[in-house]
Design a protein around this ligand. Structure first.
Ligand code: ATP
Length: 308
């Protein structure tokens, strides 16, 4: 089957900066895929190349089987891209902007779909408002709407929830999840790892222009749990002193909280008993299980040690 996105041996250089190096990636139709990585890892550069907005220095990219350079128009029709930056035309209302965007794709009678998008992104009240009068969060909703006017089979969202409120996140993800269930392929970049964990099937982690990990969320978390079995407990104590007997279990001490390693649940009761005996009160307690954030931190740290 033709993949939704295929990236083969892609390199991108900006003068002396190597932003992408030997990238291979195959994203299947219908996947919900995340591109993760620290600032400057190369996520936006890769998205720009997939979108045909930037040329790779070497390598090839196709979207739904169409080469993004030699078959640019066909590839572009297959894609809806929500950019990171808030770019908008200040002269039109939300609805006008969506009608004009439909026109770019040669779609004339798109009102039903435009109404559906407006409704699902909770933009109904703002449909006749001028773009320049919208708040940042509302403008971001319109950017998402614009990317969807031509019902693209592949949707790319570059940090769509950066700096937006909880309500928009929920509205946006509910709609995007629905589109994914309807068969659209979704590619997402985000710094909110809990979003990637909750939504995505597979993730690729980029570091300094290279893919350092590519696997399913489930595999990544279970490998981390296997390499580092057990749980950890986060404790805020009063007074802020840890009994010496517990010191060997300390993993870290952040923001006045101790993170302690425990092998299993049965170690919780002796820990509580020891705190009771030493008259130390528990102000906060949380049991932590391996998550995508821990996987990400471990992989980035491991990779840093290997680079040294
Ligand atoms: N137009 C450009 N000219 C020169 N260097 C660039 C250009 N665009 C990106 N870079 C460099 O390429 C590297 C990758 O940048 P990119 O924006 O793709 O990272 P990113 O993973 O999207 O980061 P962020 O999470 O901050 O958005 C960085 O070192 C960046 O400085």
């Amino acid at each position: 089957m033709i993949p939704a996105i295929e990236v083969k041996q892609v390199y991108k250089h900006f003068d002396t900066v190597c932003a992408l190096s030997d990238i291979h990636l195959e994203i299947k139709k219908g996947e919900f895929f995340a591109l993760l990585g620290p600032n400057g890892a190369g996520k936006t550069t890769l998205i720009s190349i997939i979108s045909g907005l930037s040329l790779a220095s070497a390598g090839t990219v196709s979207v739904m089987g169409y080469d993004v350079v030699t078959e640019y128009r066909e590839a572009r029709r297959m894609l809806g891209v929500v950019p990171q930056e808030l770019v908008f035309d200040p002269f039109f209302t939300v609805r006008e902007a969506l009608v004009i965007q439909s026109g770019y794709y040669g779609i004339k009678h798109n009102h039903d779909w435009i109404d559906t998008i407006i409704h699902n992104l909770d933009l109904t009240d703002k449909a006749n408002t001028n773009m320049r009068a919208l708040s940042g969060g509302m403008k971001r909703r319109v950017l998402v709407a614009q990317a969807l006017v031509h019902k693209p089979p592949v949707i790319i969202l570059d940090e769509p929830t950066a700096g937006v409120d909880v309500e928009l996140r929920q509205t946006l993800w509910n709609f995007i999840k629905q589109l994914n269930q309807d068969g659209h392929t979704i590619v997402l970049t985000t710094h909110y790892l809990e979003e990637a964990e909750a939504l995505c099937h597979r993730v690729a982690m980029l570091k300094q222009g290279k893919i350092v990990t590519l696997d399913s969320v489930q595999n990544l978390i279970s490998h981390t749990a296997h390499d580092n079995p057990g749980y950890s407990v986060r404790l805020r104590l009063s007074p802020d002193i840890l009994p010496p007997k517990l010191e060997k279990q300390v993993i870290s001490c952040v923001d006045g909280c101790y993170i302690l390693k425990i092998e299993d649940y049965f170690q919780i009761e002796p820990l509580l008993a020891l705190l009771r005996e030493t008259n130390i009160q528990i102000l906060e307690m949380q049991l932590l299980q391996p998550d995508l954030e821990e996987v990400f931190v471990n992989i980035m740290r491991k990779n840093e040690l290997e680079l040294k």
